[in-house]
Design a protein around this ligand. Sequence first.
Ligand SMILES: Nc1ncnc2c1ncn2[C@@H]1O[C@H](COP(=O)(O)OP(=O)(O)O)[C@@H](O)[C@H]1O
Ligand SMILES: [Mg+2]
Length: 239
Amino acid sequence: MIQLGEHGAVLLQAQDVCKTYHLGETSVQALQHVDLEVREGEFLALAGSSGSGKTTLLNLFGCLDRPTSGRILVAGTDVAKLDPDALAEFRAATIGFIFQTFNLFPVLSARENVEYPMLLNKTPAPEREKRAKEALERVGLARFLDHRPDQLSGGQRQRVAIARALVKRPKIIFADEPTANLDKKTAVEVLTLMRDLNSSEKVTFVFSTHDSMILSLASRIFHMSDGRQVAAPETPHAH
Ligand SMILES: Nc1ncnc2c1ncn2[C@@H]1O[C@H](COP(=O)(O)OP(=O)(O)O)[C@@H](O)[C@H]1O
Ligand SMILES: [Mg+2]
């Protein structure tokens, strides 16, 4: 595992968090009494098989949903105490997201996709263009500014999504299975880029995966099963 040196202050806290989804008559306990602290500078992986609660936990930390019980604190703020406007502002200023399916606008160029979050927060056009270009250069896409997503490979699309998350200079980026739609080699390249950004730009990353090769790039692993933290599963012996 990679040693990233000392980590900073506590940035995220889940305190005794439970999340229950109701589906008609039945209910699903997606998270059961989860406690987790993430410090500034970590490159933390949430690991677990499908259905273990990874996306639910990322969505709670990302303020996209609320816990059924327990508390979520982001940068010391109890997000349940923010009204919707304050929450939206806080989220836009503090948090970036990267998704499994990239979530780019198909009709927009790479540059326009990256400019989009700055359009929402009314950054002036020259500043927008400059920052989008810089972010795309930072992820190795200087030659692809005007390409649309369908003119890019999967790995390149995810790099655009990373640039888009980065351009707001968030404290933290959440990435839900960012490599699930990439081949192994590209997956490692994308994760390595995220790790480089983690150390150079001082962005904390929390990502989910069930790929053991990707897990080896994490600074720490939070193993989950059935909505709870579990000990690391034993690795099979090679004979
Ligand atoms: N919106 C939802 N409504 C009902 N059940 C859900 C919803 N989202 C997730 N679940 C259930 O919660 C559990 C955890 O899901 P999830 O957090 O998506 O796990 P993972 O990301 O590890 O695959 C699963 O049993 C899933 O079926
Ligand atoms: Mg998931």
